[in-house]
Design a protein around this ligand. Structure first.
Ligand code: FES
Length: 158
């Protein structure tokens, strides 16, 4: 398949995903929350994770997101929050930006940082697991911030 064709397939799938994005909004009883901003474009994304015990393992029960970003970041975050369900923190940590796109397919080169925004928010949230007591009452977002890794910068939101 040509590069141009791959990009337009990807964009078409993003458009479809945006018709009904999944898991948008705050998870009130989340165990962990991660927020990142992209130095490339200034967009921001926050992800919440709620864990549960299943068959003796602690796995992600629900994930949700809020995006102040582009359509690609929203579509990838929607896919990511679906595919994270049932994964352990270790399994989730292994996922790259391209893994998180799910059925959208590989990120076109110009959109890689959009996927990395989702990956960064996920890793930022995972950095709080399992140290974060559940529920996370009394912990402010700025308490929860960790030093950034790679090109991702953590930015507090109002
Ligand atoms: Fe900024 Fe996509 S253009 S995250």
């Amino acid at each position: 398949m040509s590069h141009r064709r791959e990009v337009s397939d990807f964009e078409e799938k993003v458009r479809e995903a945006l018709l009904s994005p999944k898991n948008q909004g705050e998870l009130a009883d989340a165990d962990a929350v991660g927020t990142v901003g992209s130095p490339d474009c200034g967009d921001m994304l926050r992800m919440w994770l709620k864990f549960k015990d299943k068959d003796g393992k602690r796995v992600i029960d629900r994930a949700s997101f809020q995006s102040f970003g582009c359509q690609t970041a929203i579509a990838v975050a929607s896919m990511a929050t679906e595919l994270l369900q049932g994964k352990t923190a270790e399994e989730a940590r292994e996922l790259s930006a391209n893994d998180l796109t799910g059925g959208l397919g590989p990120l076109p080169p110009m959109k890689i940082h959009c996927g990395q925004l989702v990956e960064g928010a996920l890793k930022s949230a995972l950095d709080q697991e399992p140290a974060l007591p559940s529920p996370s009452v009394g912990r402010t977002l700025s308490d929860a911030m960790r030093p950034p890794s790679g090109k991702i910068r953590i930015v507090p939101l109002d």
